[in-house]
Design a protein around this ligand. Structure first.
Ligand SMILES: Nc1ncnc2c1ncn2[C@@H]1O[C@H](COP(=O)(O)OP(=O)(O)OP(=O)(O)O)[C@@H](O)[C@H]1O
Ligand SMILES: O=P(O)(O)OC[C@H]1O[C@H](OP(=O)(O)OP(=O)(O)O)[C@H](O)[C@@H]1O
Ligand SMILES: O=C(O)c1cccnc1
Ligand SMILES: [Mg+2]
Length: 572
């Protein structure tokens, strides 16, 4: 059968013509493959004004060499640090940057009719061979006003990259920073699982959240596609629906399981029920009439499906009177057959109180039935957990081993956006200034280098901006570091280590491979750098700002320029 359809080919081109159905299906599945590479990230994923400016630059033959800085002005979450993420995605975008034929056709159809044909040829032939990108290593700590990225190249081309680079960096850095704050709050010895896909801002937001929460210090995600695409460990339990789908033990169509000890087939439901009755005789404050038999059946069914990975959600009816006794009955039955249960998940109620009560219950059962590992069974907690709740649970005392966190992690409840900006700082060697009523918003003009100065313990002391043509600070030599705005704040520093922060990642059409790394390295860097940041910069309440400074030369240069560009007002 033949039909006429519009199909997107792999380059995003529209092919309009006659094709048969099987061909259409094949194209659809190829699109799915393309989706894995995130086909939304392409040159047209930008604001119209970038293309309008590109035309106006082109029309004015303004192909000057420009320098742009990408930076933010304030740390998110009322914190004093940010983690830079998204570089790998930026480089993929840069590497693939090419206007397709269908992009050009679309632009022709929507831009004003007097836009000249040669401009579209210019766009179609555009490449990034003259572009240079310097950036912090992904996973580094970054601070306000210190450029995260510096881009050099033809003005219209670099300008065209602004929006896409910002969208790739802003959320990635925000959610990585958020995840790292949850990690700091939970402590190193807790497992943190990201459960946010269902609450994320669209499918792409969900995928990014999973990737960057892992980078920020989470241990795994429930998002299966993120596991496949990024190699992140996938983890999970089960939902309440599985429990409530069973009414009682007679619902079980399969009751038998093979003993890992004897190999014989044993009725797990009978064995669990028997344990439930035995448990009731001890002082455990529940009785079998009150415990829910549908829940017991669900746990038996789940244990039959996952005998070596049995972890049950215990709050569908009543945690201490039903969920925990039912779980323990099944876990004891599994134990008798040579299988170790994993633990439980709590998803409502007072998580601190319940976790302590559950631990107490496990300890008692472990003693009564002489099963040592029972007291160490895993307790997972979930339900609208945020950073403040993690701190509060620590203060109260709890016995939770693992947190499943979704909504507030991926939506970044405390602050929904990071304000990275992209500002022109130099054209053909001439510094460019953007003034503002608020001096904090004025840009630092000119091409600059950025350094981190360390003390002898390897702890960062300050970040320092210099003009790109002045000598870099040297180990063991006193360097005058100035507050960028306040004249009286300045100090000499003799660093034990000097790190050049803006390393080349894309030079004249080529990736500098050693500076674009796999996710695991980046995750390790986040951990290492956070461990080496002074505690007072990381504390939750009123953290101390980390100092960002400028050299004497840069200080004089920018202050003189600001003065030059600000006319003296006439008051009468
Ligand atoms: N000990 C605790 N200290 C501080 N916050 C807690 C504690 N235990 C639970 N919370 C939080 O309190 C909030 C309780 O929310 P809510 O009242 O909607 O839950 P619930 O009624 O227990 O459960 P649900 O409505 O989902 O059945 C959640 O954000 C949860 O993470
Ligand atoms: O609470 P979050 O941090 O977003 O973590 C993910 C939540 O998603 C699941 O249930 P869902 O919220 O869909 O339903 P429920 O609240 O009725 O359990 C899970 O049980 C968690 O509660
Ligand atoms: O695996 C889980 O327990 C899970 C996954 C997603 C959302 N809530 C819970
Ligand atoms: Mg919920």
């Amino acid at each position: 059968m033949s039909t006429t359809v519009d199909v997107l080919d792999l380059n995003g081109n529209l092919t309009n013509g006659t094709t048969d159905k099987s061909n259409f299906v094949e194209n659809q599945s190829r699109l799915t493959t393309k989706y894995e590479l995130n086909n939304a990230v392409q040159p047209l994923l930008t604001d119209l004004y970038q293309l309008s400016m590109a035309y106006a630059y082109w029309k004015n033959q303004k192909n000057d060499i420009a320098v742009f800085d990408l930076f933010f002005r304030r740390n998110p979450f009322q914190g004093e640090y940010t983690i830079f993420a998204g570089l790998d995605d930026c480089i993929k975008y840069i590497q693939d940057f090419k206007f397709t034929h269908s992009d050009i056709e679309y632009l022709k159809s929507t831009m004003p009719s007097y836009v000249e044909e040669e401009f579209f040829t210019y766009l179609e032939n555009m490449n990034l061979k003259e572009l240079k990108i310097y950036a912090h290593k992904e996973g580094s700590l970054v601070f306000p006003r210190i450029p995260i990225m510096r881009l050099e190249g033809p003005l219209p081309i670099v300008q065209l990259l602004e929006t896409t680079l910002l969208v790739l960096i802003n959320y990635a850095s925000l959610v990585t920073t958020n995840a790292s704050r949850f990690r700091l709050a939970a402590g190193d010895n807790k497992s943190l699982l990201e459960f946010g896909l269902r609450r994320a801002q669209g499918p792409d937001g969900g995928l990014s959240a999973s990737k960057y929460c892992y980078m920020g210090g989470f241990d795994g995600t429930s998002n299966v596609l993120a596991g496949k695409l990024y190699g992140i460990p996938i983890k999970g339990t089960h939902a309440h629906s599985f429990v409530s789908s069973f009414n009682d033990l007679s619902d079980l169509k399969i009751r038998h399981i093979k003993s890992a000890i004897s190999g014989e087939s044993v009725d797990l439901a009978d064995l669990a029920f028997d344990y439930l009755n035995q448990m009731e005789k001890h002082e455990l404050y529940f009785n079998t009439n009150e415990s829910n038999k549908g829940e017991l059946a669900a746990f038996v069914g789940y244990a039959i499906a996952f005998p070596t990975d049995f972890l049950a959600l215990v709050d569908t009816y009543n945690v201490l009177k039903s969920g925990i006794p039912n779980f323990c009955a099944v876990a004891l039955a599994l134990n008798k057959l040579g299988y170790k249960a994993r633990g439980i998940r709590l998803d409502s109620g007072d998580l601190a109180y319940l976790s302590l009560k559950v631990r107490e219950f496990f300890k008692k059962i472990g003693k009564i039935f002489q099963v040592d590992y029972f007291e160490h069974l895993t307790i997972v907690a979930s339900n609208d957990i945020n950073e403040d709740i993690l701190h509060s649970l620590n203060m109260q005392g709890h016995s939770i081993d693992s947190f499943g966190i979704g909504t507030h992690l991926v939506t970044c409840q405390k602050q929904p956006a990071l304000g990275c900006v992209f500002k022109l700082v130099e054209v053909n060697g001439r510094p460019c200034v953007k003034l503002s009523e608020d001096v904090q918003k004025a840009t630092f003009p000119g091409k600059k280098n950025a350094y981190r100065l360390y003390d002898k313990e390897g702890i960062p002391l300050v970040d320092l901006l210099t003009k790109s043509d002045e000598p870099e600070p040297k180990v063991g030599e006193a360097f005058l570091c100035r507050h960028p705005f306040i004249e009286t704040k300045r100090a000499y520093l003799s660093p034990s280590k000097v790190e050049n922060l803006l390393v080349p990642v894309w030079i004249d059409g080529k990736i500098i491979q050693e500076n674009v790394e796999p996710i695991q390295n980046i995750r390790d860097r986040v951990k290492f750098q956070l461990n080496h940041l002074r505690t007072d910069h990381k504390r939750m309440l009123n953290p101390t700002p980390y100092k960002i400074t400028v050299s004497r030369t840069l200080y004089d240069f920018i202050h003189n320029l600001w003065l030059d560009y600000t006319p003296i007002a006439n008051m009468n």
